[in-house]
Design a protein. Structure first.
Length: 128
């Protein structure tokens, strides 16, 4: 088995929702078998609505400050901090700062899948 080298320079971003740009770094599309890693750039007041994944996620703040909802609790996160989110826990986050929030998300699956509060599943970066 051999490894794979990826060059992230110049990768495009896509607008997932108003005020949120996303850049996929690693997923099934790049040949990953067990991980999905992406970064997001969120304008003040913007972020990710409440959702659930069927796999564990790590959300790391690279720049800025956020408020993350984990279950029923809300917690501040700043640059250099991470939240480890168990599979099945409802969560979301919002940029509470005045500058762009830069976060990196790592999911324990090669395809991004999330269920919103209405139970609708969103799927990205699948190879099929």
């Amino acid at each position: 088995m051999t490894g794979r080298l990826l060059d992230h320079a110049g990768l495009p971003t896509e607008q997932w929702r108003e005020g949120v740009l996303t850049r996929m770094l690693v997923s099934a599309v790049t040949g990953a078998a067990e991980l999905c890693i992406f970064e997001q750039f969120c304008d003040p007041g913007c972020g990710a609505p409440i959702h659930i994944h069927t796999v564990e996620e790590v959300l790391t703040v690279l720049q800025g400050s956020a408020e993350i909802t984990l279950g029923e609790g809300r917690h501040p996160l700043k640059a250099g901090q991470s939240a480890v989110i168990p599979a099945g826990l409802r969560h979301g986050f919002i940029n509470i700062g005045e500058a762009v929030l830069h976060v990196q998300a790592t999911l324990a699956a090669p395809v991004f899948e999330a269920f919103d509060e209405g139970g609708v599943m969103r799927r990205r970066w699948a190879t099929e």
